[in-house]
Design a protein around this ligand. Structure first.
Ligand SMILES: Nc1ncnc2c1ncn2[C@@H]1O[C@H](COP(=O)(O)OP(=O)(O)O)[C@@H](O)[C@H]1O
Ligand SMILES: [Mg+2]
Length: 463
């Protein structure tokens, strides 16, 4: 792989530049960059660094590691770096942070008073620095920020309103719910009008293409590969890079001749599974169970269906779905359905279900689905067949693939009909007691007829 290309994000960079040019006009004082893990928050700010320094700002950065780590650590880290850089100006902002109590002691009134003095004093010291030069302070991974740090950041952003300083923070939106102090300061900064938010979106098809061309110039731009990456990774650059690394280095698949066959054997790179597993690891057992059932139902989870498949109380189920939505693992749409926010997440959850449980869940889903005929008939049959196949009931799977094929014929969806018939034959192949001579004969005749139809149609199109 070549050096690290950077794609797109022009709009976001210009928002940042605009904010830099207006630091002394009051707002915004805090730029908050949000988005899922791996979407490119840290990278975006790193890329903007040369520009920030060209504008005469001293670039400081610190990072939150853990809600329970030392208070003010990210700020201390940022200002420490500053001290190392400019020996003449060491106003001991850093040493100052460490002398003060953490959030654990927040409740005692004396400490509260002390803390106020400390906030004041920090403000004063930063002002001294600002007399010398403008500052840009990047605080990464605020989702792990402790209460003391977050409160101080809030205090500084409000009180340095008209000073040449810009704070920029980044946080994983999936984690926002787990950090109430962060939620609170976001709300308060909004009320104070000092906040500007940038939500980083996934890469588009075109951007993935450009990234790929830069990563491996020899690929040209295999549309199949881009489509595969787009659907698998949801346009997350971290996942895209992991997939590409995995496909090239571990699987040694030639990307130039990347084919649908290759796609079928590509599993998930370990790093990606690791990241996604972490997201579901901490869920309560009941919540995880609901998510697992969802993954059996599919990317779109119709509420009546999941209600039927789970046997928990309706309001408990709604609570669990609510938790999952808050954690951004699912999102709700206007038709009472829930969606996995990430296709990969669904796969990881699905893969985490033990074998027998998975079979039983497919069986239950199929049974429940029979009552909901809210889709086109053939789709319904195809889904049912798929659930029965995964439930291990090959006889019913056969029956529904066969039915789906016939329904497709009725609406002249010939290719899907052929695929359904193929599946029907596949599922009973070599199964004892599943000879079904007549049905097989019928399927063979139908398939032959359909293939001729398709050929003829293609001939017409070419002519
Ligand atoms: N716009 C981009 N173009 C190319 N690569 C990117 C882009 N944004 C992020 N990346 C790459 O994706 C990976 C994850 O980015 P990172 O900034 O660490 O994500 P986050 O901070 O949101 O978790 C890194 O390897 C980074 O270099
Ligand atoms: Mg990051």
């Amino acid at each position: 792989m070549k050096e690290e290309p950077f794609i797109g994000r022009e709009a976001e960079i210009s928002v940042l530049k605009e904010a830099l040019s207006r630091t002394e006009e009051g707002a915004p004082k805090m730029m908050l960059i949000s988005g899922e893990l791996g979407i490119g928050k840290t990278r975006l700010v790193n890329e903007a660094r040369p520009h920030i320094e060209e504008e005469g700002f001293t670039y400081l950065h610190g990072k939150c590691y853990d809600k329970n780590s030392d208070p003010y650590l990210p700020l201390r880290e940022a200002f420490d770096r500053y001290e190392h850089k400019e020996e003449e100006l060491t106003p001991e902002v850093t040493g100052f942070f460490s002398a003060y109590p953490s959030s654990e002691h927040e409740d005692t009134r004396i400490l509260r008073g002390e803390k106020k003095t400390m906030f004041h004093e920090t403000l004063r010291r930063i002002r001294v620095l600002l007399d010398e030069q403008p500052l840009f302070v990047f605080l990464d991974d605020l989702q792990f920020g402790d209460k003391s740090t977050l409160n101080l950041i809030y205090y500084l952003s409000v009180n340095l309103r008209n000073e040449p300083i810009l704070f920029t923070g980044a946080y994983d939106e999936e984690e926002l719910q787990t950090n109430p102090p962060l939620r609170r300061i976001i709300q308060r900064m909004n009320e104070e009008g000092v906040l500007k938010e940038i939500e980083l979106k996934s890469m588009t098809f075109g951007e993935i293409q450009t990234l790929l061309e830069k990563l491996i110039p020899s690929t040209g731009s295999s549309t199949k590969l881009i489509r595969f990456l787009h659907s698998r990774t949801g346009g997350n650059p971290l996942f895209i890079k992991e997939f590409v690394r995995y496909i090239v280095d571990e699987r040694e698949i030639d990307l130039e001749s990347f084919s649908t066959k290759d796609i079928r054997d590509i599993s998930m790179p370990g790093a990606v599974t690791g990241i996604l597993n972490k997201q579901i690891e901490d869920l309560h057992k009941r919540t995880r169970n609901v998510l697992q059932i969802g993954s059996v139902i599919g990317r779109k989870i119709e509420y009546p269906l999941i209600l039927q498949v789970t046997d928990i109380d309706e309001f408990e189920l709604l609570d669990e779905l609510d938790t999952l939505t808050e954690k951004k693992l699912l999102r709700e749409d206007s038709e009472d359905s829930f969606w996995f926010t990430h296709p990969l997440l669904m796969k990881v959850v699905y893969d985490s279900i033990p074998k027998l449980k998975k079979r039983k869940l497919h069986e239950r889903t199929a049974e429940a689905m029979k009552e909901f005929k809210n889709k086109k008939v053939y789709i319904n049959y195809l889904e049912l067949a798929d659930h029965y196949e995964k439930a291990g009931d090959l006889s019913l799977a056969f029956q529904y693939y066969y039915k789906a094929g016939k329904e497709c014929e009725k609406i002249r969806a010939w290719r899907i009909a052929v695929d359904s018939y193929d599946k029907a034959l596949q599922v009973i192949e070599g199964q004892d007691g599943e000879e079904r001579y007549e049905e097989k004969k019928d399927i063979e005749n139908r398939t032959k007829f359909l293939k001729d139809e398709i050929k003829e149609q293609e001939g017409k199109r070419v002519a």
